[in-house]
Structures are given as structure tokens and as C-alpha cells.
Design a protein around this ligand. Structure first.
Ligand code: NAI
Ligand code: 15L
Length: 268
């Protein structure tokens, strides 16, 4: 049966806000959770991923968890350890104990950020490319994918790990022309990840069908995802502003872009 009640963690964040706007149209009844209050949502649960009891209560009775909560930029190892590594373990323990069948995990392109971007006729980057995290943040996403595999093999909890590119209203730079996921395609992909049968643990890249794509979307398409958008509509303006990808610029060498050299830092 298609999941109906979904716990959306990280509901106060940028992607959480976009998805709580878009996913109800697919028939989901969203239960919201974040460590911060969620604006305009008095019923949202204010819960830290460190709080195992509250997590267990939050996942009770849901059909799936869309897990977006956590530190979404670079930080100290200690902070990443708490929120993204221990926090993820706490969530999966709650899911296992309460018998929730599926998690959709917001992984990131930064789990493979030091992979050279394809140039010319290079093949698209496959999902089974060796992981090459570009930050402690990316390292926590690589751990998260392994944790998801472990909970499938050991406990039968299914996960789709989505290596999200850049999900914002518009791509903000030339690199994002390759990795952009429109919010509409984000909702389509999460819906596919929540509903496709027998996913075990599946890793997919999360982006639109961009003309300048760097990675292989076939595992996402195999879930039933049909992207509708292409960042190319923004290319002329962005290229005029910033120029094409410069092969001498280290920020343009790797998939993870400036996360490899000078990552944006989590402000809290
Ligand atoms: P965000 O930083 O706007 O939202 C993350 C949310 O998680 C925040 O509202 C924050 O309060 C919450 N959070 C942080 N620590 C928490 C804790 N200990 N307990 C409970 N809640 C906690 O990030 P954004 O952009 O919305 O991303 C959502 C998820 O998707 C993150 O896991 C991020 O790593 C991942 N992602 C996002 C991408 C994007 O393009 N937006 C790209 C790749 C991955
Ligand atoms: C991420 O993983 C970040 O959470 C998001 O804020 C973007 O910076 C994105 O990657 C990106 O690579 O553009």
C-alpha cells in the first residue's frame, strides 16, 4: 500500500519548507519535526535528534520517514557527530523499534564531492562510484548511506538514499546548472522514493534532467521518477554573469565544487 502518513524531519529548513508545500498534493499526511519551531505549524514537534524517546514517539504509526533534518553544511566534527551521525542512528533505532518500513534519507552530492566532474565525452558518474567525501559533512552522508544499508541487511528497514544536488528555487551558479533539482522534481523524486516497491537500500542522485548533467539518473528513474525540469533555462543568464566552468579553477574540478576548497559553514 502507498504510504500516507509521513514524518518529515527538518521541516523548518529550506528543503523541508519546500516539501511541506508540495508533498500534500500527492496525498500525504505530513507529521512535522524539527529542533526549531516550524513557522505557521503549531502542531509540528520540536524535537532534537539527540532525544531518542521523543523520536520513537514521533515515528510511531507513520508509514515512512522523509529524513531531511541535520547539519546541512560544513561544521566541526563534534557537531556533525552529534546531529548527523548519532542523530541518524537514533532515528533508525526509533524506526526499527516502531516497525516503520521505509526511510528516505537526504544524502548529498558531497558524499562523493571529490569525484572529478565529467569533461567532454567522460561517462556520467554512476551511483556506485567510490565515495569521496569533501567535508566532515559529506563524510556524515557517506556514513548515513552505510547505516541505511546496514539497517536493510540486518533489520529489513528499507531506505532510498538521495544524493541531492542543489535544491533551490533557481540554480545560483554555473556548477548548479549540472546538479540543480527543481523543487517540483524534488517532490516527484521523493514521492517515487516513498512509493516504489522493494527498494531495499537504493542510492540515487537527486536532480532535474539537466542538459549539463554530471551523473547517472537511471537508478532514480528506475523508481518511477520522471524529471520534468532542466536548468538550461537559467544557463544564459548565469554564464553571462559568471562565465563557463573554468578548468583552472579548483572549484570547478570536482563534483562538490567549492565544498572541496572553502565549504560554507553551518552558522549555529
Ligand atoms: P537546512 O539547514 O535548511 O535544514 C535542516 C533542518 O534540520 C533545519 O531546519 C534544522 O533546524 C534541522 N536540524 C538540524 N539539526 C537538528 C537536530 N539535531 N534535530 C532536529 N532537527 C535538526 O537544510 P536544507 O537545505 O533544507 O537540507 C535538508 C537536508 O537535505 C539536509 O539533510 C541536507 O544535508 C540535505 N541536502 C540538501 C541539499 C539542498 O540543496 N538543499 C543538497 C544536498 C543535501
Ligand atoms: C548540500 O549538501 C547543501 O546542504 C546545500 O545547501 C547545497 O549547498 C548543496 O549541497 C550544493 O552542493 O549545492
Amino acid at each position: 500500500p502507498a504510504p500516507r502518513t509521513v514524518l518529515l524531519t527538518g521541516a523548518a529548513g529550506g528543503l523541508g519548507t519546500l516539501m511541506r508545500g508540495l508533498l500534500p498534493a500527492y496525498g500525504y499526511d505530513l507529521r512535522l519535526l524539527d529542533v526549531r519551531p516550524v513557522e505557521g505549524e503549531p502542531d509540528a514537534r520540536t524535537v532534537d535528534l539527540a532525544d531518542r524517546d521523543a523520536l520513537r514517539e514521533a515515528v510511531r504509526g507513520v508509514d515512512a520517514v522523509l529524513h531531511l533534518a541535520g547539519i546541512s553544511l560544513e561544521s566541526t566534527f563534534d557537531k556533525i557527530l552529534k546531529a548527523n551521525i548519532e542523530g541518524l542512528h537514533n532515528l533508525y533505532e526509533a524506526v526499527r523499534e516502531e516497525g516503520v518500513p521505509r526511510v528516505v534519507f537526504a544524502s548529498s552530492n558531497h558524499a562523493v564531492g571529490f569525484t572529478p566532474r565529467p569533461v567532454g565525452d567522460d561517462p556520467l558518474i554512476p551511483v556506485d562510484t567510490p565515495r569521496r567525501p569533501d567535508t566532515f559533512y559529506g563524510l556524515s552522508k557517506a556514513f548515513g548511506e552505510d547505516l541505511a544499508q546496514f539497517y536493510w541487511d540486518k533489520h529489513g528497514v528499507e531506505t532510498v538514499s538521495v544524493r541531492i544536488g542543489s535544491c533551490f528555487l533557481e540554480p545560483a551558479n554555473v556548477r548548479m546548472l549540472s546538479v540543480w533539482m527543481s523543487p517540483g522534481d524534488g517532490a516527484r523524486l521523493f514521492h517515487a522514493a516513498l512509493t516504489a516497491p522493494d527498494v531495499g537500500h537504493t542510492v540515487v542522485y537527486g536532480s532535474s534532467a539537466n542538459t549539463r548533467l554530471w551523473w547517472d539518473l537511471s537508478s532514480a528513474r528506475a523508481l518511477g521518477y520522471e524529471p520534468q525540469d532542466d536548468s538550461e533555462q537559467f544557463a544564459e543568464k548565469l554564464v553571462a554573469e559568471h562565465g563557463e566552468l573554468d578548468p583552472d579553477n579548483p572549484d570547478h574540478t570536482y563534483l562538490g565544487g567549492h565544498f572541496c576548497t572553502n565549504p560554507p559553514v553551518w552558522p549555529y
